[in-house]
Write a protein of this length. Structure first.
Length: 158
C-alpha cells in the first residue's frame, strides 16, 4: 500500500513538471505582451535613446523572447529570481521581507477556517434531517461557490 502511494506521488510530481513549464512560459509570454515598458519606466525623464538601448541590453530585453525565457528559467532553477525593476532590489529579498506577514495571514485564515468548519459541522450534525440542516447546507454551499449556490437553489425550488 505504501509503495503504491509513493508511486502515485512520484508520478504526479513528474507530471507537474511539464505543467509548470507550460504555465511559466504562458505567463512569461503574456507579461512581455503587456504595453508597459520596463526600460522606459526605469529611465529618468531626460534620458537619451542611447541610454534606452544601453539599459535594454543590460536587462536582456534586446534578445528574442524564447531566449529571454530560457535565460530566466535557467536563473530561476539556479535560485536567482532576478531583480525588481521597480524597487531596484533582488526579488528574493522582497519575498523574504513579505513572507512573515503572508504566513501570519495564512495561519489566521486557516485557524478561522478550521474553527468555522468545525462549528458548522457540529451544527449540521445537531440539526440533521430537519429544515435547519437544509438551510445551513444551502448557506454553506452558497458561501463557498455562487455557482454551486445557484444550482442548489434551483434544485430545491423545482
Amino acid at each position: 500500500m505504501a509503495f503504491l502511494t509513493l508511486q502515485l506521488l512520484f508520478r504526479r510530481l513528474v507530471l507537474a513538471i511539464p505543467i509548470l513549464l507550460c504555465v511559466s512560459a504562458l505567463v512569461f509570454g503574456i507579461l512581455r505582451l503587456l504595453p508597459a515598458d520596463p526600460v522606459g519606466m526605469s529611465l529618468p525623464p531626460g534620458a537619451t535613446a542611447a541610454d534606452y538601448e544601453k539599459l535594454k541590453q543590460a536587462f536582456g530585453l534586446d534578445r528574442p523572447l524564447f531566449e529571454q525565457y530560457l535565460i530566466w528559467l535557467g536563473k530561476l532553477l539556479s535560485g536567482d529570481m532576478g531583480g525588481s525593476i521597480f524597487f531596484r532590489r533582488p526579488v528574493t529579498e522582497l519575498i523574504a521581507k513579505a513572507l512573515p506577514a503572508t504566513l501570519e495571514l495564512v495561519s489566521a485564515g486557516f485557524a478561522l477556517g478550521v474553527i468555522a468548519g468545525g462549528a458548522g459541522g457540529l451544527g449540521m450534525f445537531a440539526m440533521r434531517g430537519g429544515a435547519g440542516e437544509h438551510a445551513l447546507d444551502g448557506a454553506t454551499t452558497t458561501a463557498s461557490s455562487p455557482a454551486a449556490g445557484t444550482a442548489f437553489a434551483a434544485r430545491c425550488c423545482t
